[in-house]
Every structure is written in C-alpha cells, then in structure tokens.
Design a protein around this ligand. Structure first.
Ligand code: GLC
Length: 647
C-alpha cells in the first residue's frame, strides 16, 4: 500500500543522514518503502492515542536509518547473500549448541580456543547464553540485564565478543544471542532512576503506589516461580511503590504501553543485529504485554509488537532471523510464527517445546500416541518458518501440552502428568531417572522438571550402581532422544555437556546466588582436563555418536526444513516414524521408545503408494531389503533408524 506521507518521511530521513547519495543504499531504501505501511500501521495500532505519537514514530524511523548506517559492509553483503538463498536457516547444514560461556570455556577469550572442538563435533551455530552485564547473585543466569550493551566483566568485554564473532565468521559459524525484551534487572539505569523517584523512568515499568492495581493483576496472573518468587509484584522501599516483577523480584517488567520503551528496545535489537548476530532469541515474548483481567501472556498486542520488530529488522538487518522463546501451550506457540496476513512474518523460529516434552513423555511411557496426537497441530507451521529442536536446554521441562492430546491417547491427564513428574523426579520406585521438580505450585500442584539429559535418561543411577548393562541402555536412550530432535526438521540445538553425557551437578546447592533455583543442576561446568584425560568411556561414546548423527544430518538434503515431513500411520504404538522427502530423496526416520524390541510391518514402508524395495540405514550403515507385508522390520529396544530409500 503506497502512502505518500511515509515515502516523504523516509526520504527526508535519508537526506538528513546523507544516505541518498550512495547507490549502495538502494536496497535499504527499497525495503524501507516496502515495509513502511506495515510498520506504521502496527505502530499506530498500539500507540495511536499516545500524546507524543509523532515524536516516537519519527524516532522509530531514525532508529532504522541509524541501524542501517551502522551496519558494516560485510554484514550488508551477507544480508544480500542470505536473502538470495531464501530461508538460509532452513538448511540441514546447520547444527547448534547452547552454552554458558563461563561454564563452558571460562570466558569469551577461552571460547575461541574451543571452536575447534565444536567444529570436530559438527556444531556450526552457537547460542551464547546471556553475556551482557547482570548482577552476580541476582542474575537468573544472565536474564536479569543491568546494561544491554556492556559485556559482563566475568566474560570479558565487547571487544572479546567481537573478536569471537570474527573468529566464528572465519569458520562460517552462526551466532545467536538473546535480547531480554520483557524485563531489566533492578540495577539497570532505568530502574535506578525509577527508584530515585524519576517519574519518566517509573513509566518504563509497571509501578503503583498502592496494592490496589497489583491485587487486580495478581487475581488473574499465574505465578512463574511460585517457590522462589511468589506473586507478580515487588515492593520497592526506595520509592514506596509496587513494581511488576513476573519472574524474580529483581527482574522488573518493562512497560510497552510506553513508546519510549519500544523505541529504546528496538535500538537495542539493532545493536545486537549489528554485532553480526544471525538469529536473535527474543526471551519470554509471551509476557511483553499486560492487561488487567488476563493472564498477561500471549496477548494480541504482544504479537503486534513482535511483528513490528520483525518488519523493522527486515529493513535494516534482513539477514537476521528471530526466534521467539515462547514456552507456552502448543496452540499459542504456533501463533508466534504469525497468523493471517502475518503468517510466517512474525518470528522465523519457535522452540519445538511441545515436541521436546512429548519425547520425554514417550520415553517414560514407551508409548508414542500422545506425541502423534499433537502432530496435526504442529504440522500447521507456516512455510518458511522453522523450529529450534532440542531435548534439553538451560530451562526446566514443562509438561504444557494439551489435556486433549493426552485424552486422545486414552489417558487421564492429571494422573498422567503426576506419573511423569514422579518418574523424572526419581520418586517412582524403579524409575531410572534422576531429576527434580522445579517450581512446584502448592496451590495447583503444577510443577516442571529439572535434570540433565543423561541423568533423566538413567546414566546417573546406572553409573552409581556400576551396571554396565544399564549404562548401555541409558546411552541408547540419550541417542534416541537426540536423533529424533536432529531429524525432525529445524535447527537442532544441543545443550552443552550433553554431548559428553554430563550428569546432574549438585554444587549449586552451596551457592546462595543459585541454591533457590534447581535448574542449575543441569548447567554443568565443563572439566576439560577430565575430558582430555580420556578416562570417560561413556562420554566419549556419546560424543562420537552425536558427531555421527550430525554428519548424517548434514549428508541428507531431505532433512532441510522445507515443510516436507509426514508422519507414518502408527502401526506400533511404541514406534514414532516420519518420512522426510524432497524431489530426489526419501528418508524414513523411525524411533522405538520401548525398552523391548518393536515389530513394524513392512507395509509401513508401502502404505503411501510407494514401491520400495531397498533402504540404506545411515545409522547402522546397512542396506536392508524391504520384506513382505506379513513380515516385520525389527527395532531394538530404544533403537532408531535413518533409512534412505535406495531402490
Ligand atoms: C526465559 C529464560 C529463562 C529465564 C526467563 C526469565 O524463559 O529461558 O531462563 O528465567 O526467561 O528471563
């Protein structure tokens, strides 16, 4: 939709910054004009009644121009290259890892020396957990940011981050950083000024002099950390106000009804984009809009703000993709890809949180029916959008999939979740898992699960027992979980330490800055001496197998996430299977979640009208002749197969 006044506004902003003289700016200008009407309509749908609307809209335009001016030519060239590839991030060539710089490599300088290790593993995409300034003891693992632009001294400085990024560029590695959009630390400059009584900065947050409005909010808002941080407001003595703090009391929620907050955070987003970030992880986007009488999660205005960020980013840093970290109900997660006119034009990525939790579900029960019941919804992901697939991350595992999915498999949802919590918290007699319940809500009995991949799969108990057989089963379960997440489509992101089979680390209990949060049990400190000493047979075999899984993924073009996945009819409730195919490749991926061998009729390979006679199993490296319909393909306990059709 051409809008003359917008066109003129952009032209004036370019002339003011003398950008019009350079022909290299044509691409930027074209993108700006193309997105201008969308940007204005999204911005005005939120802020049109604000008395300083014009001022802030002008600031928004200037922010975009400024971001373009600051984008180094190498990044601009990369933008163009990525745009030409269309959906560069859907590639099967990308495999990721999420890690804490300090716990993995000491600091940012140390990270450079670990790139070779990552390279060897096959990882070429790094999610560095937050590295910006965050007060020790009140940091929530870096998610309580006191300065969005200053690297925390414990990691190094901005120069070290830039050097690491350049070293990664040389190795053609991609980088993901977080932007913590929803809140700041109470030590952030804005919060400090608000505490001092500065009214303008008090409006950057939700601050109230009495409990009246906080009580109204609390009536409909769930609690995120009910054990360590009950309620959604914190009393601030210094200014005698109640401030909204949905997560920890030291994380103050930003108030996006104030356009000054939006423009400042857009500028921050561009700051990260211009560091050369390939994917920006928007932390907790579900929470960015608050409204009395609601849960204050997943509100339509939150989506409007995300769409607005995306349209602005596309203009000045179009090579940057957005990941919305929405760990919410399955139907709500899907909305972060955008809907209607904005389908596929909001966040490029979401976490495949439902699938991740359902894999843990199937591993505990040996039954894949709930996983299958969820797929019709999950397959509605718009073309061009993709998943971050994973089995573990730094956070807890929430069992947030729908009751209806559990019911579809014939289970009672309350009893089923109760079973899973006991199974993984290790309180169920005979359970091989060692984990813990996280954030138990005494009012609702809701809880999530903490624990490392290896411990939840049984390696901790098996090693303590000294049982070779149980260790082998635990390792097989670890690989089964990883394999499904590597081949289901999207970018697989390993959590550091899992490639070496790290079990839970209980040292957090003696650190007062961490002891209140048992997620630290699955955030290990990597012991490189031990790794080099070569006396960790389980770790080495997990590493080698993970490396092989990544190699296989990179070999198979059908694994690129082009919306080419279809699930097999469930011939056996223990086996989850899907086909990935493109014009020249068909790959059957099969996963047996049962502790017993599973029998799958050969008909499973023929039911889609295909006459298949031969398969090559990339995992076992064997060629397999497809048998007759009354015979069976046999999967070993917790076995899996990546079968390419070869005849
Ligand atoms: C996200 C992070 C989590 C953090 C929360 C608050 O969910 O992944 O670790 O506690 O946001 O910032």
């Amino acid at each position: 939709m051409y809008q003359h006044h917008l066109h003129q506004k952009i032209k004036r902003a370019l002339e003011k910054n003398a950008l019009h003289a350079n022909p290299a700016n044509v691409n930027f200008y074209t993108r700006f004009v193309a997105n201008a009407a969308a940007i204005e309509s999204l911005f005005s749908s939120i802020y049109q009644h604000h008395p300083a609307y014009d001022l802030y809209f002008n600031q928004l335009v200037e922010t975009i121009v400024d971001a373009h001016q600051k984008r180094r030519p190498a990044l601009q060239q990369l933008d163009e290259k990525k745009l030409e590839q269309e959906g560069w991030y859907l590639s099967n060539q990308i495999a990721g890892m999420s890690l804490y710089v300090d716990r993995f490599a000491g600091n940012l300088k140390g990270m450079s020396s670990k790139l070779e290790y990552l390279n060897k593993l096959g990882v070429n995409f790094l999610h560095l957990m937050p590295v910006f300034e965050s007060p020790a003891g009140e940091s929530d693992g870096g998610y309580a940011v006191s300065d969005f632009r200053k690297v925390d001294a414990r990691f190094g400085n901005l120069g070290d981050l830039q050097k690491l990024k350049l070293a990664m560029e040389e190795k053609e590695m991609y980088l993901m950083l977080d932007i913590v959009l929803n809140h700041t630390s109470h030590h952030h400059e804005w919060a400090r000024k608000a505490k001092e009584g500065d009214k303008a900065f008090q409006q950057y947050y939700y601050m109230y002099p009495t409990r009246e409005i906080p009580d109204q909010f609390d009536a409909s808002m769930p609690e995120i950390f009910p054990e360590s941080s009950p309620g959604n407001f914190t009393y601030v003595k210094a200014c005698n106000q109640w401030v909204m703090s949905v997560f920890h009391s030291y994380q103050w929620d930003l108030n996006y009804t104030n356009p000054a907050v939006f423009v400042a955070m857009l500028d921050t987003l561009f700051f990260y984009a211009n560091l050369g970030v390939d994917i920006l992880r928007i932390d907790a986007p579900a929470f960015i809009w608050k409204q009395l009488g609601t849960t204050c999660q997943n509100l339509p205005q939150a989506h409007t703000l995300l769409r607005l960020l995306k349209q602005c980013l596309q203009v000045a840093a179009p090579g940057v993709a957005l990941l919305g970290e929405a760990i919410v109900a399955p139907r709500e997660i899907m909305k972060y890809f955008g809907e209607g006119l904005y389908a596929g034009r909001e966040c490029d990525f979401a976490y495949h949180a439902t699938q991740m939790a359902l894999q843990w579900d199937a591993l505990a029960t040996g039954d894949t029916r709930i996983m299958l019941a969820a797929q019709p919804l999950l397959l509605q992901k718009p073309k061009g959008a993709s998943w971050i697939t994973y089995t573990r991350c730094h956070d807890d595992i929430g069992l947030g999939y729908d009751d209806s999915m559990i019911a579809a498999a014939g289970f009672n949802s309350y009893e089923h979740r109760k079973f899973l919590k006991k199974y993984y918290a290790g309180s169920l007699p005979g359970s091989p898992a060692t984990g813990a319940l996280f954030s138990v809500n005494p009012k609702t009995q809701d809880a999530r699960i903490s624990g490392s991949l290896a411990s939840l799969c049984g390696l901790e108990k098996a090693s303590k027992k000294g049982s070779q057989a149980e260790r082998a089963i635990a390792i097989q379960k670890i690989l089964l979980m990883q394999a499904q997440s590597f081949f289901i489509g999207g970018i697989p992101v390993l959590f550091y330490g899992d490639e070496q089979g790290y079990t839970n680390d209980y040292s957090y209990l003696s650190d007062p800055g961490k002891s209140y949060d048992n997620r630290w049990m699955h955030r290990p400190v990597i012991d490189w001496q031990k790794w080099e000493a070569d006396d960790n047979a389980d770790g080495k075999s997990i590493f080698t197998a993970t490396q092989r899984l990544i190699q296989i993924r990179k070999k198979l073009s059908a694994i690129a996430d082009t919306g080419n996945l279809s699930w097999l009819t469930p011939h056996n409730i223990h086996v989850a299977g899907f086909i990935r195919e493109n014009t020249h490749q068909q790959v059957y991926c099969l996963f047996n979640f049962s502790p017993q061998s599973a029998y799958l009729t050969w008909y499973a390979f023929k039911e889609k009208g295909k006459s298949i006679t031969r398969l090559y199993d990339h995992w076992t490296e064997q060629t397999i002749a497809v048998g007759s319909d009354h015979d069976y393909f046999i999967l070993q306990p917790y076995g899996f197969h990546i079968l390419e059709v070869t005849g």
